[in-house]
Design a protein around this ligand. Structure first.
Ligand SMILES: Cc1cc2nc3c(=O)[nH]c(=O)nc-3n(C[C@H](O)[C@H](O)[C@H](O)COP(=O)(O)O)c2cc1C
Length: 119
């Protein structure tokens, strides 16, 4: 239901091996990361239209690791929000690794954004 999409409880969920999607003999439908758009409500919507994998918007890993407030505003999910790839921007490996550890119970992978201009 719509309301369940808006519940921001972070419940770890095992969605199986994401790589299995590539062995089903049909194209994998992926919703690319979009800053300001690919948030939880939008991901819920595209999943209703048979999107197989969703990305979060780009999240700046250093900000994400700096405060719980930033984590709660930048990353919300729920138990239906899988398979999910979390995209980070980072300039050092440790910060990226730390951010990946935080989201690992709630996601199926992380992506490093190498395309957007960032300091
Ligand atoms: C509004 C908007 C925001 C985007 N934000 C991101 C982003 O956060 N990270 C990223 O890697 N690409 C971002 N992109 C690029 C998209 O993920 C995608 O690669 C691009 O739109 C090309 O795909 P398309 O031809 O299906 O539109 C963004 C694109 C749009 C239109």
């Amino acid at each position: 239901s719509r309301s369940s999409c808006l519940v921001h409880n972070k419940i770890p969920m095992d969605s199986g091996n994401i790589m299995d999607l590539f062995h089903r003999g049909r194209p994998v439908r992926v919703c690319a990361p979009m800053v300001r758009y690919s948030k939880l409500a939008f991901r819920c919507l595209v999943r209703r239209y048979d999107c197989d994998v969703c990305f979060t918007p780009m999240i700046v890993a250093a900000d994400f690791m700096r405060s719980a407030k930033a984590r709660d505003s930048e990353f919300t999910t729920n138990k239906t929000d899988r398979p999910l790839i979390v995209q980070f921007a980072a300039k050092d490996a440790q910060t990226l690794a730390d951010a990946a550890c935080v989201v690992s119970p709630f996601s199926d992978g992380v992506d490093l954004n190498c395309g957007c201009p960032q300091r």
